[in-house]
Ligand binder design. Structure first.
Ligand code: SF4
Length: 198
């Protein structure tokens, strides 16, 4: 039986490069997948987002992603354990460092998955959003990559954000109105705290 690792070597020799793509949702995946494939990479989406609240919203985003990936003939790796306690442990009480804790949790898990499954590299759809802290994501991903001995593939996907969202709209995909956690939901809907347009 051929191992994942030797398959990776074979594919790289053949000119295609496997990359584990941490994927937050279907709309953000569209441009990232287009760009990676155009650049000669062979992406595998990886869903690990225990930051999404409430659980019904988590399910809705995951279902939308699965539906979309069928159209691209891509099989995602899904961690649907929903580590709610772990996310809350990191985020509650972190104040303005909440997003740093959230990136750390998701990207460290992604680097670990990449190492365990024999991917040489990983990247993330978080890099497509102009609403996220881009520099902090890069810094966190680089640290996670170094901890797990894999490469972090940095691509600034932001120029394709509008294009990806427009395609999602055309396809009728579910487009979430807030980032993910209960705090971002509060910021989105509570008039006393509304800060973002997302
Ligand atoms: S706002 Fe978004 S990135 Fe920040 S903690 Fe909440 S879900 Fe994570």
């Amino acid at each position: 039986m051929v191992s994942d690792v030797s398959l990776d070597v074979e594919r790289e020799q053949a000119g295609t490069f496997r990359v584990l793509l941490h994927t937050c949702c279907a709309p953000c995946s569209i441009y990232c997948l287009d760009k990676l494939e155009a650049d000669g990479y062979s992406p595998t989406p990886f869903f690990y987002n225990p930051n999404i609240h409430p659980y019904k919203e988590f399910e809705r985003r995951l279902d939308a992603l699965k539906l979309y990936l069928v159209t691209r003939e891509l099989d995602p790796i899904v961690d649907d354990e929903y580590d709610l306690d772990l996310f809350l442990e990191r985020a509650v009480g972190s104040g303005s460092d909440r997003c740093a804790a959230c990136y750390e949790l998701r990207l460290t898990r992604t680097a670990k998955e990449a190492a365990n499954k024999g991917f040489g590299r990983f990247t993330t759809t978080l890099l497509v959003s102009p609403y996220q802290n881009h520099d902090l994501i890069v810094e966190t991903a680089q640290r996670a990559a170094s901890d797990y001995g894999v490469e972090f593939l940095y691509i600034d996907f932001r120029p394709g954000f509008r294009e990806g969202q427009a395609k999602a709209r055309e396809l009728g995909l579910y487009r979430q109105p807030y980032c993910g956690c209960i705090y971002s939901e509060d910021e989105r809907y509570n008039p006393k705290r509304r800060t973002t347009g997302r």
